[in-house]
Structure formats: C-alpha cells, structure tokens
Design a protein around this ligand. Structure first.
Ligand code: 5GP
Ligand code: MN
Length: 340
C-alpha cells in the first residue's frame, strides 16, 4: 500500500472503529512515545475512544511530555491492558512492525488475533499480510515524521495543536540524533519547520530531553568512555560493555544508557559502535554505524534483532563474557564491508 493510498483511505478506514488501542515497542524511546501520543490525540479529534499501551516504562527524560499520564504501562497493570486489548475494535502498531517487539504484551496480542491491525512504522522487513492498513516507510526518519505527514495531509490548520506538535518534534528529534542522521529527504526539515511556533519552542523541547541528566548518568557516560570502551581499528569498530555491577555503581535508572552508543562514532574512522549491556537474564546489544555499513543486517544475522541501516538492537541469552566473545567472533566476517 503506497503512502498516498494510506493517506487517501485513512479517514474512511478509521471512521469504522470506535475503540482503538495504540501499542508501541518495549523499552519505548522518544519516537515510540511521541508518535503514539500524537496519533492518540489525532484519533481523539475524530471522536474515537483511543488508548495507548507500552510494554514497560519510558525513560524519565520523556516524563514531561503532554499526554504521558494517559499511557498504560503493561507490566504495571496487565489486567487493565488486557481489558483494553479485548475491548478494542482496532489495534495500531506504532514504531515497530513485529509483535515480538512488544515484550509482555505479545502473548495477549496473540489472543486477539481477529482484531484488525493498522501499522505506522519505519522499520524494514515488514510482513504486510498482518495489516488491514499500513504506512510503512523505511526511508523516513521516524514514525513521528509519518504521523506528522498524515496529520498534514488532513490539514495542520485543523488538526495540529501544541501537544501534537511537541510530541512529533520529540520523536523526530530523538530518532535523528537532533537532526544529525537518518534524514533521507528535505521534507523532514520542512515539516518540523511547520510545527515550530511561538508556543512550541524547539530549543526548550531539546533542553528538556538532553539537559536533564542526573549526575550519576553523566558520570556513567564518562566511565563508559574512559574505562569500558575498546577500539578495534582493523574493523573500524569500537565497543563498550557494561556489567550489572557497573549499572548498580551508578544507580542506573531507565534511560541512563540512552545515547551512550553514539559516542564512539565521534572518533574519525570508526564506522560501527556497539554497546553491550548486561540486563536481567539477557544481554542487550545496541549497534550504530556511519555510512553504508548495515548494522540491521548484522543484528538480524547474529543477535536476534534488527532495526535500521545505521541503528539496530539485539539480544543474546548468555553471560556478558560470552556475548563479547560472540561479537568478536562474528566481526571478521564483516571486515571487508567495514573497510570499504
Ligand atoms: P536501540 O539501540 O536504541 O535499542 O535500538 C536501535 C533501533 O533498533 C531502534 O530503531 C529499534 O527499534 C531497533 N531495535 C532495537 N532492538 C531491536 C530488536 O531486538 N529487534 C529488532 N527487530 N529491532 C530492534
Ligand atoms: Mn523510531
């Protein structure tokens, strides 16, 4: 389904539904929260009873965003979440394309298989057969940009308000590293320009997201770079690892490692950066790259994950040493690609 067709048909399609649940991915980021809340506010304007469900909590630097008080966090209230899902006549997936990305919600999503699904997302490798409607554009900065385009199509004069604009700017800003990457066309800047206004202050939004670190979070960042970063120049790669005890030392809070993986890319000639973190029972991988090297392919092939060309994630069920070993073992296969 083309973008244009989605936009043309959206109004008729959505008017068939009364109770719509919006779901986003586990460990929700600025784009997950921003796109879900903006879409939620947009649906309310059509008189739809909309709900937002996230699998687990969002980082505290997003807690000021308009509408977060309306989000249901599944792991805190699974009964209510299940009730929302069971009552829904449409379920919308925002900022992910595979139900396995919804953590705890996944199981309950399987129980309401018959409820139609709508997708708005910018990840690759989508199985479109699951969706009654989809807006799926991998060459777009963020899901928030897609929601912005949808709302613009219906008329910013009529539907855009400060809350929606703020949510969408957060999503686009965070998924592009403050407009530093993942920008595929000038329309990204144009649509943001249209959402900024005297009452929607981009610099203030930026500051609320990036200048609200705890002291521990900044010290953890320093520790990562000084004590836990290894550069492998032969592979133009740098990795950082963090153990559970490292996280405890710095009183880790959700979101504190957000952005850490980007720092090694500041080194000239480093094309791939990796953050390997020991979480409860699993090892999380975060991959970033510069240029054509696809961390999506690497995450998909070896780390049960995926994402985008320049940003991907994955998981292994093993210890931290084995995880690092596994990473070092697969690296030689990518030597020529990393040296291009
Ligand atoms: P992050 O490193 O910030 O956790 O994730 C970077 C990007 O990869 C995000 O766009 C995210 O949606 C995607 N991603 C992260 N983890 C996974 C995963 O386990 N599977 C898939 N398919 N995508 C992931
Ligand atoms: Mn996104």
């Amino acid at each position: 389904m083309s973008k244009q067709l989605f936009f043309n048909n959206f109004r008729n399609f959505i008017s068939q539904y009364k109770r719509v649940v919006i779901v986003s991915h586990v460990n929700p980021d600025g784009d997950a929260i921003g796109s879900s809340l903006a879409f939620y506010y947009f649906l309310l304007k059509f008189g739809i009873d909309a709900k937002v469900i996230i699998p687990n909590d969002f980082p505290s630097f997003l807690a000021w965003m308009p509408g977060v008080e309306n989000i249901l966090t599944y792991d805190k209230n699974p009964e209510k979440g299940l009730e929302y899902l069971n009552n829904a006549d449409l379920i919308c997936y925002l900022d992910f394309n595979h139900p396995s990305r919804t953590g705890l919600v996944h199981n309950d999503l399987c129980h309401c298989k018959k409820t139609p699904r709508l997708l708005i997302d910018h990840h690759r490798d989508t199985d479109y057969s699951q969706f009654a409607m989809y807006l799926s554009e991998a060459e777009t900065s963020s899901t928030s940009e897609l929601v912005a385009e949808l709302i613009q199509y219906h008329g910013f004069e009529k539907y855009l308000d400060d809350k929606i604009a703020t949510c969408l700017l957060v999503g686009i800003m965070t998924d592009t590293g403050s407009f530093a990457h993942s920008i595929y066309h000038p329309e990204t800047f144009e649509i943001c320009g249209k959402m900024i206004s005297p009452t929607v202050d981009y610099q203030l939004i930026h500051s609320k997201i990036y200048n609200t670190f705890s002291e521990n979070r900044l010290r953890l960042l320093g520790y990562c770079i000084s004590n836990r970063m290894t550069t492998l120049n032969e592979y133009h790669t740098a990795y950082i690892y963090l153990t559970k005890s490292d996280l405890e030392t710095y009183n880790y809070q959700v979101g504190d490692t957000e952005g850490v993986v980007n720092f090694p890319l500041m080194i000239e000639n480093i094309k791939m950066a990796v953050l390997i973190t020991e979480r409860q029972g699993v090892i999380r991988f975060s991959f970033r790259s510069k240029g054509d090297f696809s961390v999506h392919e690497l995450a998909k092939a070896h780390f049960n994950g995926g994402g985008h060309t320049n940003a991907a994630g994955g998981t292994l069920e093993c210890g931290i040493e084995q995880a690092i070993e596994k990473f070092l073992d697969v690296l030689p296969q990518y030597k020529s690609l990393l040296n291009q």
